[in-house]
Design a protein around this ligand. Structure first.
Ligand SMILES: [Zn+2]
Length: 425
C-alpha cells in the first residue's frame, strides 16, 4: 500500500478547498422545532449537489432518499466493506445563512480579524500555532463557517477523487452516507442501513488534526413535573402549595459541582435546560450525562430521591420524574471491535500525525449508529470552535483527514471478512 502523508498532494491534485467553499455557501441549518425529516427542506439543496458530484466521481448509484440521506457505493478491489459518513446540516445555535468565507493564506501567526467585531485570538486557540504557513478558512464574524461538518464531506469527496484518478489503489467496497440532522440528534433516526450496506463505518465529524473518538457520553434526559395547589393568594395561608417555589428548591439542590460549567474530562453532570408552567403546575427539563452508563442510571436515581425528599417535606405536592434514554457511550460496543481503534490509529499515524484519542463530551451520530449495530467511531475533519462565529479550519488539516481516510481504506481488514464475504456495491 501507498500511505498518504502529504496534504499538499491532496490540495494540488483534488478540488478539496473548492468543494468545501461550495458546500459552506449553502445554508443547511437544521431545526429542532421541526418534526419533519430532514428538519429543514434546505438540506436537500446540498444533498442534490452531492449526488451530482458523487456521480461525476464514478459512484453511479448515488441518490438521495425522501428523508435527505445521500447514499452511494464504490466497488473495491479488496475484500470487505467500509462506510464513510458525514452530516449535511449545521448547528441551530448560530446562523449559517449567507456564509461569506475569508481565506487567510500563508497564515503568519497571531490573531485573525473576521469583521463584525469578531476576532479569533491565537491565545485561545493553541492549534493555530501548528498552522503557520497554512491557508486558514473562516467566516466573516456574522455566521458560523460550517466546517462542522462540511469539512468531513469535502474530505470524503477528495479521497474519492484520488481513488477515481488512481484506480490502482486497492481499497475495499466503500459505502458513503451524507445524512441530515446530526446537530439535532436525529442523524441516525432514519439511517437507511439496508441500502448503506457496509457493516462497519466511521463518521468524519471530529475536530483538529489527529483527533479520533471511540467514546462518547451516555445520555438521558429528564422531565420533572411539579403539581401544587392553586388558591387565591389573598386567602392562601395554609392552603396554597406553589409548584414554582418547590421547583426552585429542587433546582437549587442540584449539586453545583456536577454542572457543565464545573466539570470536564470524564466527569458527568446534571444540566437544567428549560422550565415551563405557573404556580399551579410547572416542569423542568434536564439532560443527564456520564461516560459510565451505570453512573448515569444512578444520576437518574438521585433525581428521584430528590423528588422523594420534597414530597416528604410537603406531602400535598406532587412531583413526578420521567427519564428518557437519548444515546449510549459507543465504547461499550466498540470494545467488541478492537481492530477498529487499532486500524484508525495506524491510519492517522501513517498520515504523519499523532492519534489524539479524545472522549467526546457529547454524542455523535456514531453513538446511535453504534447502538443500532453499525460500529462507528469518529475521525477528525479539521475544524475548531464549532457552532459559532469563531469557527475556523486549516486547509492542510482538512487534507490530512482525506489522507487518513485513504490510509484506513487501504489497510482495512475486519475479522468479519474472514467469516463472510461482504459486498455493498
Ligand atoms: Zn458535526
Amino acid at each position: 500500500m501507498q500511505p498518504f502523508r502529504d496534504p499538499e498532494q491532496i490540495l494540488t491534485r483534488t478540488r478539496l478547498v473548492e468543494r468545501f467553499l461550495r458546500y459552506v455557501a449553502i445554508d443547511t441549518q437544521s431545526d429542532e422545532e421541526s418534526e419533519s425529516c430532514p428538519s429543514t427542506e434546505k438540506q436537500f439543496d446540498l444533498a442534490r449537489i452531492l449526488v451530482e458530484e458523487l456521480r461525476e466521481l464514478g459512484l453511479d448509484d448515488a441518490s438521495v432518499d425522501e428523508h435527505g440521506y445521500v447514499i452511494a457505493h464504490r466497488r473495491g478491489t479488496r475484500p470487505g466493506a467500509l462506510g464513510w459518513i458525514a452530516h449535511l446540516d449545521t448547528a441551530p445555535a448560530f446562523s449559517g445563512t449567507g456564509v461569506q468565507v475569508r481565506l487567510h493564506e500563508n497564515y503568519a501567526g497571531g490573531d485573525l480579524e473576521l469583521g463584525h467585531g469578531v476576532t479569533i485570538a491565537a491565545a485561545d486557540n493553541p492549534e493555530m500555532a501548528q498552522c503557520i504557513g497554512d491557508t486558514l478558512i473562516t467566516a466573516s464574524g456574522d455566521t458560523l463557517l460550517g466546517a462542522d461538518d462540511k469539512a468531513g464531506i469535502a474530505a470524503i469527496m477528495a479521497a474519492l477523487e484520488i481513488l477515481q484518478s488512481h484506480p490502482e489503489i486497492e481499497v475495499p467496497d466503500l459505502a458513503i452516507c451524507f445524512n441530515p440532522d446530526e446537530e439535532i440528534g436525529r442523524g441516525a433516526h432514519r439511517f437507511p442501513f439496508d441500502s448503506f450496506g457496509a457493516p462497519e463505518a466511521i463518521t468524519v465529524d471530529g475536530g483538529f488534526a489527529g483527533e479520533m473518538n471511540v467514546e462518547t457520553f451516555s445520555a438521558d434526559r429528564a422531565r420533572v413535573r411539579f403539581t401544587g395547589i392553586a388558591v387565591h393568594p389573598g386567602t392562601a395561608k395554609g392552603k396554597m402549595v406553589n409548584a414554582l417555589t418547590w421547583m426552585g428548591k429542587f433546582l437549587a439542590r442540584l449539586p453545583m459541582a456536577e454542572t457543565p460549567e464545573c466539570t470536564e474530562g470524564r466527569e458527568g453532570f446534571f444540566h437544567p435546560t428549560g422550565v415551563s408552567g405557573d404556580a399551579a403546575a410547572c416542569a423542568c427539563d434536564l439532560i443527564l450525562r456520564d461516560f459510565d452508563t451505570k453512573t448515569l442510571r444512578t444520576r437518574g436515581e438521585r433525581l428521584r430521591q430528590m423528588a422523594e425528599a420534597l414530597r416528604a417535606e410537603e406531602p400535598r405536592l406532587r412531583v413526578e420524574v420521567e427519564i428518557v434514554e437519548q444515546y449510549r457511550n459507543m465504547a461499550e460496543v466498540l470494545a467488541q471491535h478492537p481492530h477498529f481503534s487499532t486500524q484508525l490509529t495506524e491510519a492517522i499515524e501513517q498520515a504523519g500525525l499523532e492519534a489524539d484519542l479524545q472522549p467526546i463530551r457529547g454524542g455523535t451520530d456514531g453513538s446511535q449508529l453504534t447502538a443500532k449495530g453499525l460500529p462507528c467511531p469518529n475521525l477528525f475533519a479539521g475544524g475548531v470552535n464549532f457552532h459559532g462565529p469563531r469557527e475556523w479550519i486549516s486547509a492542510r488539516v482538512m487534507a490530512l483527514s482525506a489522507c487518513t481516510l485513504l490510509n484506513l481504506a487501504q489497510a482495512w481488514q475486519s475479522p468479519r471478512d474472514s467469516a463472510e464475504t461482504t459486498r455493498v456495491s
